[in-house]
Design a protein around this ligand. Structure first.
Ligand code: TRP
Length: 326
C-alpha cells in the first residue's frame, strides 16, 4: 500500500505567516509525493473552547480557504472537516475502551494546558480524551506519516501506544504512525517571541500590504543596535530570522553583511523583509479573493473531501468491527 500522510489543524480563525511557513508549505510539498489527508479538527477545538462555539463554522471555512489560497490542492490531497465524518467518533469510542486513563493523565500536554489556560474549566472528559480522538483521526486513515510540530510529539507517542495495544489485542491492522517534524525554525512574531495568535504578534494571511509593512516597521530588532551608526548582530535579530525564511539568498547575504558593518540600517532592512513577505503573500491574497467570490467552490471541495474521507473511514470501521467481533 502507498504511504499515507495525515494531519489535522484546529480551526482558530485566519492563519498567519508562521502557519504558512511551518505547516502549509510542508503540506504542499507532501501532497506532490504522497497520498495525503488533511482535515480541520473542529471537534478537537471543542475540547478547550466548548463555551462559545459561535464562530467555529466560520473559522473552519476561513481555514479551508487559506489552505486553498496557499496552494493546498484538493485534486492531490483529500481535504475535509472532522465533524463531517462521524466515523471519527466511532473509532474514538472503541479506542477509549482499550486506553488506560493513566496514559492520558500523564500526557505532558494535558497537564501543561490544565495548568496554563486560565479562566476555562478543563476538567472535562473530552479534554482528557483529546489524544484518543487524535489517535482515531490517524488510525481511521491508516496514516503512516503525520506532519506536526514538536508540541504534538506526546500525542503521537500516545497514538503509537494505543496502536500497539489494539494490534496485539485483536489483529495487527494498523501501521504505527511516525511524526514528520517540520525542519523550518520557529518564525518570530513582531515582538521577537514565537509567532502565535495568543501573543498577538502575528502577520496574518488576511493582512493587507499596508498592514504587513506597518507591522514590520514596529518589529523588534537587535536590542543592542540603538543608533543607525551602531553595528548590528543579525544572529540575535528577529527580523533577520524572518529574512532567512522569506528572502532571496542574495538579500539574506547582503543584510547579513551590511548589518554587521552598519552599512544598512534597520529601517531599510525591515523594508526588504516586508518586500519579501508581500511578494510571498500576493499570490495567496489574489487566490483568496477569487475564492471569496466563489463560495460554491469551497462547498464543493468540502463535499468531495468528505465523500473520499468517508469511504476510507467506513472501510476501516468495518475492518475494526470485524477484528473486534462487534
Ligand atoms: N492536535 C493537533 C493540534 O492541536 C490537531 C490534530 C487533531 C491532529 N488530530 C490530528 C494533528 C491528527 C495530526 C493528526 O495541532
Amino acid at each position: 500500500m502507498s504511504t499515507r500522510v495525515l494531519s489535522g489543524m484546529q480551526p482558530s480563525g485566519r492563519m498567519h505567516l508562521g502557519n504558512l511557513l511551518g505547516a502549509l508549505e510542508n503540506f504542499k510539498r507532501l501532497q506532490a509525493e504522497y497520498e495525503c489527508f488533511y482535515f480541520i479538527a473542529d471537534w478537537h477545538a471543542l475540547s478547550t473552547n466548548y463555551e462559545d462555539t459561535s464562530h467555529i463554522r466560520e473559522w473552519v471555512r476561513d481555514m479551508l480557504m487559506d489552505w486553498l489560497a496557499s496552494g493546498i490542492d484538493p485534486a492531490r490531497a483529500t481535504l475535509f472537516v472532522q465533524s463531517r465524518v462521524p466515523e471519527h467518533a466511532v473509532l474514538h469510542l472503541l479506542l477509549s475502551m482499550i486506553t488506560p486513563v493513566p496514559w492520558l493523565e500523564r500526557n505532558p500536554t494535558y497537564k501543561e494546558k490544565q495548568e496554563n489556560i486560565d479562566g476555562r474549566d478543563l476538567s472535562s472528559y473530552g479534554f482528557l480524551g483529546y489524544p484518543i480522538l487524535q489517535a482515531a483521526d490517524i488510525l481511521l486513515y491508516k496514516g503512516n506519516l503525520v506532519p506536526v510540530g514538536v508540541d504534538q510529539l506526546p500525542h503521537l507517542e500516545l497514538t503509537r501506544e494505543i496502536t500497539r495495544r489494539f494490534n496485539s489485542l485483536y489483529k495487527p491492522i494498523f501501521p504505527e504512525p511516525q511524526a514528520l517534524l517540520t525542519a523550518i525554525p520557529k518564525v518570530p512574531g513582531t515582538d521577537g517571541r514565537k509567532m502565535s495568535k495568543s501573543y498577538n504578534n502575528t502577520i496574518n494571511l488576511s493582512d493587507t500590504e499596508a498592514q504587513v509593512r506597518a507591522k514590520l516597521k514596529t518589529m523588534v530588532t537587535d536590542p543592542a543596535r540603538v543608533r543607525r551608526t551602531d553595528k548590528g548582530n543579525p544572529d540575535v535579530c528577529p527580523v533577520f530570522t524572518i529574512h532567512k525564511s522569506v528572502s532571496a539568498p542574495a538579500v539574506i547575504e547582503q543584510v547579513n553583511k551590511e548589518c554587521r558593518t552598519a552599512a544598512i540600517g534597520c529601517i531599510d532592512c525591515k523594508k526588504l523583509s516586508a518586500d519579501a513577505i508581500v511578494a510571498k503573500l500576493t499570490p495567496i491574497w489574489e487566490k483568496r479573493r477569487e475564492l471569496e467570490r466563489m463560495p460554491k467552490r469551497v462547498d464543493k471541495v468540502i463535499a468531495e473531501g468528505t465523500t473520499r474521507a468517508g469511504s476510507v473511514a467506513r472501510q476501516t470501521i468495518a475492518e475494526v468491527s470485524e477484528v473486534m467481533h462487534i
